[in-house]
Design a protein. Structure first.
Length: 230
């Protein structure tokens, strides 16, 4: 049999290999991180100016690392249901639930939450969270992505997060989002994320935080995220 008659197995593109997918996911994460860093730095400059007089802060759902780029209050209490390590003496950690804070009314100059309220899953729980922020903080800062921005950065898929939750199946997550295609989440991971994330609109934020101002962050003219402040 001649060599020319031997049927050769097609060579798969390198992109389909596991190593290439990991590298692609890392590249996507780096690009996303650069974009988010730009908005974060601009937001934090405003935060430092607007809340410069605040001396005590409760960061609900946060971590100490976030404050490496913010120079604000000398005392920060981090409340998180998960164990959090704090290293600097001006920080303290309290394990707790942002929907039921064990602090007295007006205990802090500022109640702060960064990309936390959208992780509560239901509007009822988000309402409890917002109410607790306004109760324990004399001032309020709550940042969250806009539901109606066409890309959700946890999925990196166009418009898929606009689907009703029952339609946003594992298959949609796994095969119709960039993170699903490259990261290959398990059904359990996908289900947890879908049940946990509930993005908010500007109208809903105004309902959750009556009497507060809302700053709009835009990307290419489209509202990307909001900051509620008081």
């Amino acid at each position: 049999m001649s060599a020319s008659s031997v049927q050769r197995t097609p060579v798969r593109p390198a992109f389909t290999s596991a190593g290439a997918q990991v590298r692609a996911l890392r590249l996507v994460s780096r690009v996303q991180s650069r974009v988010m860093q730009y908005f974060r730095q601009r937001r934090h400059r405003w935060l430092a100016r607007e809340f410069a007089d605040c001396r005590t802060v409760v960061d609900i759902g946060g971590r100490e690392a976030m404050w490496q780029t913010v120079r604000l209050a000398p005392q920060v209490t981090i409340v998180n249901p998960e164990p959090v390590t704090v290293e600097r003496p001006e920080f303290r950690y309290v394990q707790g639930d942002g929907r039921r804070l064990e602090f007295a009314d007006g205990s802090f100059d500022l109640a702060f939450a960064n990309s936390a309220i959208e992780h509560l899953g239901t509007f009822e729980d988000q309402k409890l969270f917002a109410g607790e922020m306004m109760r324990v903080g004399r001032r309020v800062y709550c940042q969250t992505p806009n539901r109606w921005f066409p890309v959700e950065f946890r999925y990196l898929g166009l418009f898929v997060h606009w689907l009703p939750r029952k339609w946003f199946t594992y298959g949609v997550h796994r095969y119709c989002t960039l993170r699903g295609i490259l990261g290959k989440p398990t059904r359990q991971q996908s289900g947890k994320l879908r049940s946990e994330i509930r993005l908010l609109s500007r109208r809903e934020l105004a309902e959750l935080f009556p009497g507060c101002g809302i700053r709009t962050e835009r990307f290419l003219g489209w509202p990307k995220s909001y900051v509620v402040w008081r």
